[in-house]
Design a protein around this ligand. Structure first.
Ligand code: ASP
Length: 310
């Protein structure tokens, strides 16, 4: 979380200080009763307007940023590609500047292009929050994943988390990897060589380690948690997906039986049931924390909005 001029942005978890990460997780934990609607909305961002600039489709992230803003007392305005002047050729930067000129308190940006939120942060004076940029990062997803892991595992330090599937094209994998390793967890990246490049083992500064592997069956009994990823069809260039993908990397019911009894299953959504994960696994209340990830998403986004805009 950095500052450009006076604005406080959240552009990625790469390089984020462990202390800041812990503060965000703790604040999200405190905000959970409000995030879930069990306690009334707060007034912390009353009178302010948050602009959601979503230049790529989204269900969970967009709705939870909106709900998070409202539960902090803010109002929201939504801009999407369809229905805005982007479809007339206006650039994303001009769109951001236009919203800023209307006096919004902050911009939540999702884009298919890696680095778009960073470029926007370079031209506006208000805070920018990255809601997923291309293959690069999805920091609030990484935070909600760690929050969910901590709730079930107690702590992530010293734990081992496997991230399985289309790692190369996944901003979710990158943000989770940066956040988890800063917190001292080890990460196993598992998938076909075309989708898990070897050099990904080097991208984190630690202290947790990152290991790249291609044999899912070999790691099942040594992980505390397994996160399966959707194949990012919209970001493929050609022959990356092996025809036996599900056979080799799908989290089937047979594979789930070979996990440790207390190991948990995560998925950022949207799921392609029957491809990267079987329904019996996704819906298993003993192992699956997928619904909990979604609820935690509101609390995390409240904590991030409060910190950046408050
Ligand atoms: N919702 C996540 C993202 O926006 C994961 C996915 O789309 O597969 O990156």
């Amino acid at each position: 979380m950095g500052r450009d001029g006076h604005a406080r942005h959240l552009l990625g978890l790469d390089g984020m200080d462990r202390g800041v990460l812990e503060e965000l997780l703790e604040e999200a934990e405190r905000l959970r009763p409000v995030a879930s609607g069990r306690e009334p909305a707060l007034r912390r961002l009353a009178g302010r307007i948050v602009a959601n600039l979503f230049f790529e489709d989204s269900t969970r992230t967009r709705c939870s940023f909106t709900i998070a803003a409202k539960r902090l007392g803010a109002e929201t305005v939504d801009v999407t590609t369809a229905g805005s002047s982007i479809s007339k050729g206006e650039s994303l930067l001009d769109t951001a500047l236009t919203l800023e000129a209307m006096g919004v308190a902050g911009l939540v940006v999702r884009s298919p292009g890696s680095g778009t939120p960073h470029r926007i942060a370079g031209v506006v004076a208000c805070p920018v929050i990255n809601a997923g940029d291309g293959r690069h990062e999805h920091p609030t997803q990484g935070l909600l994943d760690i929050l969910t892991l901590r709730q079930r595992l107690g702590s992530v330090t010293g734990r081992t988390v496997a991230i399985v599937g289309d790692v190369a094209n996944s901003r979710v994998a990158r943000s989770a990897l940066f956040g988890l390793t800063v917190m001292g967890a080890d990460v196993l990246l598992v998938g076909p060589p075309t989708l898990v490049p070897r050099d990904m083992a080097e991208i984190s500064a630690g202290p947790g380690r990152v290991t790249v592997g291609h044999d899912l069956d070999a790691v099942l009994d040594r992980v505390d948690a397994i996160m399966t990823l959707r194949i990012q069809k919209e970001r493929q260039t050609g022959e990356e997906i092996p025809p036996d993908y599900r056979q080799r990397y799908g989290l089937t019911i047979e594979r789930a039986r070979r996990l440790r009894p207390d190991a948990i299953v995560l998925h950022p959504g949207p799921m392609n049931r029957g491809v990267e994960i079987d329904s019996e696994v996704a819906d298993d209340p003993g192992r699956s924390v997928i619904v909990r990830q979604v609820s935690n998403g509101v609390a995390i986004r409240m904590a991030v909005l409060a910190r950046c805009l408050g």
